[in-house]
Structures are given as structure tokens and as C-alpha cells.
Ligand binder design. Structure first.
Ligand SMILES: Cc1cc2nc3c(=O)[nH]c(=O)nc-3n(C[C@H](O)[C@H](O)[C@H](O)COP(=O)(O)O)c2cc1C
Length: 156
């Protein structure tokens, strides 16, 4: 059975809503898919290797008063506990949230891509970027879930 492991960070619940919506859709559309979900603050170093496909999801946040970073828990997970991970070409899907009131709108995308490039991960489909309130953007999430499923075909 194919498996998807999701590691996400969410401060006010928006990323969590996107992950929940995705998960609901996947469970009705892909009954044979095993989906596991974990919060970044609870993830250990080797959790990043779980699943045939890994999904990382986070909002864009600030760090030391500078904007354009990943949520603090995701940043700490990737930069500390998973800093020595070798993803060995693993297919990875990315979800990033942001808000256009901020100068570095959705810049978490770039932060995730930098991590994948330096840890041998393979972005297997275009990232899902949700700008502003995710409530009302469920159709976009549903459409993207179909793109995510192509990641299982692209496994090496
Ligand atoms: C302190 C703070 C800093 C933020 N910085 C950014 C940013 O640099 N770029 C951006 O696009 N959005 C930024 N946002 C907006 C969040 O990414 C957006 O509200 C997101 O939906 C929050 O998702 P979450 O509740 O899952 O963390 C920031 C929000 C806050 C409160």
C-alpha cells in the first residue's frame, strides 16, 4: 500500500486546516493510501524518512522580527533535528501558506526548496501555495491533491 507521511507546523490553525482538507479528500479519493500526520514540534530526526512520499507543510512566519521564514517549529525541526538528513531522492510535496500583507509573501516556499536542495530531496510536483485565508480555498487544495498523487508514480 502506498504511504504518505505529513509533517506540518501551524500557529493559528490555517496550515492545519489545509492539511485536514487534503487528508479528507485523499481518504475519499484514494482508499488504498495510508496517510500519517505529525506536528513538526513532535517530529524526530528520522521521521523525515517516513512514507513513500513526504509532505511538508508550514506557513511563512517571522524569526527574530525578520519576516519570510518558516513557522518556528518547522524551522527548528529542519535546521536542528533533521539537519543531517539525507532524503536520498525521496519525492516530497510542499504546502506553504502566507499573506499578501507581508512583503515576503509566501517566502516559506523558498526556504523549503533550499532545504530540499541541500538534503537531496526531490520536489515531486509544484508546491501548493495558499495566500491569505485558506477557508474558501478548498477547491484549490482538492485539485492539488490530484497533482500530489502523481508523486507516487514518479518514485525512483
Ligand atoms: C508574526 C507573523 C509573521 C508572518 N510573516 C509572514 C511572512 O513573512 N510572509 C507571508 O506571506 N505571511 C506571513 N504571515 C502570515 C501567515 O503565514 C498566514 O497568516 C498563515 O495563514 C498562518 O498559518 P498558520 O496559522 O498555519 O501558521 C505572518 C503572520 C504572522 C502573525
Amino acid at each position: 500500500m502506498p504511504s504518505l507521511h505529513i509533517i506540518y507546523a501551524s500557529t493559528s490553525g490555517n496550515t492545519e486546516h489545509v492539511v485536514d482538507t487534503l487528508k479528507e479528500h485523499l481518504s475519499s479519493a484514494q482508499a488504498d493510501l495510508t496517510v500519517t500526520v505529525q506536528r513538526a514540534e513532535e517530529a524526530k530526526a528520522d521521521d523525515i524518512e517516513k512514507g513513500d512520499v513526504l509532505l511538508l507543510a508550514s506557513s511563512t512566519w517571522n524569526y527574530d522580527a525578520v519576516e519570510g521564514y518558516l513557522n518556528m517549529h518547522m524551522r527548528e525541526f529542519l535546521e536542528k533535528r533533521a539537519k543531517d538528513a539525507d532524503l536520498a531522492g525521496k519525492p516530497v510535496g510542499l504546502i506553504i501558506l502566507g499573506d499578501d500583507r507581508y512583503y515576503y509573501t509566501g517566502r516559506g516556499t523558498e526556504r523549503f526548496m533550499q532545504y530540499l536542495m541541500s538534503h537531496n530531496g526531490k520536489s515531486c510536483t509544484m508546491p501548493l501555495i495558499i495566500i491569505n485565508d485558506p477557508y474558501g480555498q478548498e477547491e484549490k487544495i482538492r485539485e492539488w491533491s490530484e497533482k500530489l498523487m502523481t508523486c507516487f508514480n514518479s518514485q525512483s
